[in-house]
Design a protein around this ligand. Structure first.
Ligand SMILES: [Zn+2]
Ligand SMILES: [Zn+2]
Length: 753
């Protein structure tokens, strides 16, 4: 008998099960085990030992699932790193890392067996066994004699033979869909034992690597490629800092081709796959069937199929995916590219573990012995500091690809425009004039406003009443299509009241403005223009999203109004004007990262302008034209922004000069939450002293009827963060095991954003 430590998809430690050596079960295999009185779970074999544990009765592993291990090699060490670093259990990593259908659970073994995922299959055909050893003239004669007066059958047999030879299929089987034949003919041929058929797991088309048609690189790109190659060869992460439109993607393509040619796998992470569908298409044009795209919008079935196929792959795979793709099994990983590495969507914020895929990528590179390339036009300060210290190799691309000019940035003072009567509703005259000119010239404009909906809130002019969500401590946003008040935290909606529920007057007005209002006003000011709006309300599906984007791409719409979503990775040739409608709400966010974020966001929006031609403009409306970040954006001066922000972060001991861990507590009972938060903060203070901040109420105090509080711990960079995490884990365990705080949920966020 052997004993296995099995990880279950629960917030629990691994449990020990027995199994017989003859089952062939190994480390990383998925197995079925019984846990508790009745429940059956999928588990992952983590360790195997011959020593029987001392404690109690030990159950046996019911059976092994799938023919290949689900978690192999470097991936096991990655899971361990994630569990340790983000202060959670291996079970929680498993719960998140494996697609849902790859880890069934059920109340009986029979139920469980029904839930096991079957890989999709396809038909294969081969010539009759006795014909296999024959070749050339001999085979031709034999086929002739077997298919007298049936030339179609003879033709099919010759086709099977030649395909099998071409593909080097030793057993003679080739894909049935490569044979152009009617199913009824094949059935008849099989019944006469001319051919054999078989169902096999569907796999990707085997294709020879090496002859990819790659884009030409400019001398600047060549130079950057050379520098990155050096870093990659010595397993030092490279930070590619290239202005928008400098052609980072073309450099990635060369690196990817080199890696695939060596039979290795490539993982390319992108912020949001829906937004990057243009990129996937470009990759597919070059790398065809090597490319797999992986993201949360895929069906569970498709995700599971991809996972299982990759676990068994023999290398040469290119996965382009969002954050969650970092948990895919790529046994022959040779290169990881993290595009737009500064993007916030790499950080998981809603479930445990709250990992950052960019940071994990660097660790993965080390564990798998793979090269790592982080790319951005506006690197995160964390990565920038790592490049200054020499931990990362910094590679710069300062000119636009194809000689395109950077747009001119114009800062437009909103207060001044109001005083001079040069403002119509939410637009300063310089912006309206610019739009009129662009439309006149048959060019396109993009308008960025960081709020969706019509207005962020409505207010009674008489008594000051505002519409608020009954479940969350926030105002309701007014939407017009369809007419409703909506909570952006929990989705609660209600019909806007005709009169103030408080004082019964009808003097209710809208405050602030969102994309819907911008769209409406712009269509009033430019009645001839065709306007599109891109935000979460209009792009509810990938299809709706693509329709809006491709209409703009084709020039079927003139003006695109949108939220953050328009800032990411688009490449529109005809955009000559970009307007940032309200920079103030970016600058004034109450967060130590707000300046960095505002800079990144504005630079990304600005980067959408005039990628191929000169003379394009970016107009920023703000009431703080002298704000350092506005000046840095206007000058396109990343270094100035970085220097100033790093100075401030150092002074106040914020990341990257410290590590910030945040504990988010929530509970329906307000008093219980306060008490729990105080007790936990006290325990942390006993270990960490002044490094503990809080508890404070969260920015939004109540969501879905749950009260929320936060405690933060700042550990200075020089101290042992490993030891600190151990101590934090102890405090968490004590909170979890205390009967007083059963109802308090605690989430840990290491390197909180
Ligand atoms: Zn009122
Ligand atoms: Zn709500």
């Amino acid at each position: 008998m052997l004993y296995a430590r099995v990880v279950l998809p629960l917030a629990q430690p691994a449990y020990t099960y027995a199994f017989d050596e003859s089952t062939g079960i190994g480390v990383g295999d998925a197995v079925v085990v019984q846990f508790g009185a009745r429940r059956y779970y999928t588990g992952i074999v983590w360790e195997i030992t011959t020593e029987r544990p001392q404690l109690g009765r030990i159950k046996s592993i019911s059976r092994r699932l799938y023919s290949t291990p689900l978690v192999g090699g470097w991936q096991r060490r990655m899971w361990e790193w994630v569990a340790d670093y983000y202060i959670c259990t291996l079970g929680e990593v498993m719960r998140m890392a494996l697609p849902s259908l790859a880890k069934p659970s059920a109340d009986s073994f029979e139920e469980f067996s029904k839930e096991i995922f079957k890989m999709p299959t396809e038909s294969y055909v081969a010539l009759a066994e006795e014909l296999l050893p024959l070749g050339g003239e001999q085979l031709a004669q034999r086929i002739e004699s077997l298919c007298r007066r049936a030339p179609r059958r003879a033709e099919i047999m010759r086709r099977i033979a030649s395909l099998a030879a071409e593909k080097g299929a030793a057993d003679g089987f080739v894909r049935r869909r490569l044979i152009d034949a009617d199913p009824s003919i094949l059935t008849a041929m099989r019944s006469r034992s001319l051919i054999r058929t078989e169902q096999r797991e569907r796999t990707a088309e085997g294709e020879t690597a090496g002859d990819f048609l790659l884009p030409q690189l400019s001398p600047a790109q060549q130079l950057a490629l050379g520098q990155i190659r050096q870093a990659v060869d010595s397993l030092q992460p490279a930070l590619l800092h290239g202005v928008t439109g400098s052609g980072k993607t073309e450099i990635y393509m060369h690196l990817i081709a080199e890696t695939l040619s060596r039979g290795k796998d490539v993982l390319m992470l992108v912020p949001e796959i829906v937004i990057t569908s243009q990129l996937v298409e470009r990759m597919e044009r070059i790398f065809s069937s090597h490319v797999t795209s992986y993201h949360s919008k895929l069906t569970p079935h498709r995700r599971t199929e991809i996972y299982l196929r990759l676990a068994a792959s023999s290398g040469g795979e290119l996965v382009v995916g969002a954050r969650s793709a970092m948990f895919l099994p790529l046994p022959h990983l040779g290169l990881i590219v993290v595009d737009e590495e500064h993007d916030q969507s790499y950080k998981q914020t809603d479930t445990q573990p709250r990992y950052n895929a960019r940071d994990c990528a660097v660790i993965m590179g080390r564990l798998a012995g793979a090269g790592v390339v982080l790319g951005s036009a506006t690197p995160s300060l964390e990565s920038y500091v790592n490049s200054l210290s020499g931990k990362y190799r910094k590679v710069d691309l300062t000119e636009r690809y194809g000689g395109g000019e950077l747009p001119a940035v114009i800062v437009s003072d909103t207060m001044r425009a109001v005083k001079r009567n040069e403002r119509k509703v939410h637009f300063n005259r310089v912006l309206l004039d610019g739009m009129a000119e662009a439309l006149e010239a048959g060019e396109q404009a993009m308008l960025f406003q960081n709020r969706r909906g019509y207005a962020p809130y409505i207010e009674c002019r008489e008594c000051g009443w505002t519409a608020r969500c009954p479940h969350c401590n926030v105002t309701l946003t007014l939407h017009r299509q369809p007419e409703r008040l909506e909570c952006h935290y929990c989705g609660y909606t209600m019909t806007p009241p005709a009169a103030c529920p408080n004082c019964k007057t009808q003097n209710i007005s809208t405050m602030g403005f969102g994309t819907e209002k911008v769209e409406q006003e712009i269509s009033r000011l430019f009645p001839e223009a065709r306007i599109a709006r891109l935000d979460r309300d209009t792009s509810t599906s990938e299809r709706a999203f693509r329709t809006i984007v491709s209409a703009f791409e084709q020039g079927e719409t003139d003006i695109m109004v949108g939220t953050q979503i328009i800032t990411k990775g688009f490449d529109f040739d005809r955009v000559s004007l970009v307007g940032i409608l309200n920079a103030d709400n970016l600058l004034n966010a109450p967060d130590f990262r707000s300046a960095e974020r505002a800079f990144q966001l504005m630079m990304q929006v600005a980067g959408r302008a005039g990628r191929r031609r000169g003379g394009s403009r970016v107009i920023i409306q703000t009431s703080q034209p002298q704000h350092p970040v506005i000046r840095q954006v206007a000058a396109g001066d990343y270094e100035a922004m970085a220097r100033q922000q790093l100075d401030e972060r150092r002074t106040f001991n914020y990341p990257p000069y410290s590590r910030l861990t945040r504990f988010a507590l929530r509970c329906r009972d307000y008093d219980r939450l306060r008490e729990g938060a105080n007790v936990m903060a006290e325990m942390l203070r006993r270990k960490f002293g002044h490094r503990v901040m809080g508890p404070v109420s969260s920015a939004v105090e109540t969501i879905r009827g749950e009260h929320r509080a936060e405690i933060a711990v700042k550990i200075e960079s020089g101290a042992s963060f490993g030891r600190a995490r151990e101590m934090m884990r102890e405090v968490l365990d004590r909170m979890h095991s205390s009967p007083d705080y059963k109802s308090v949920t605690i989430a840990v966020d290491v390197d909180a954003q």
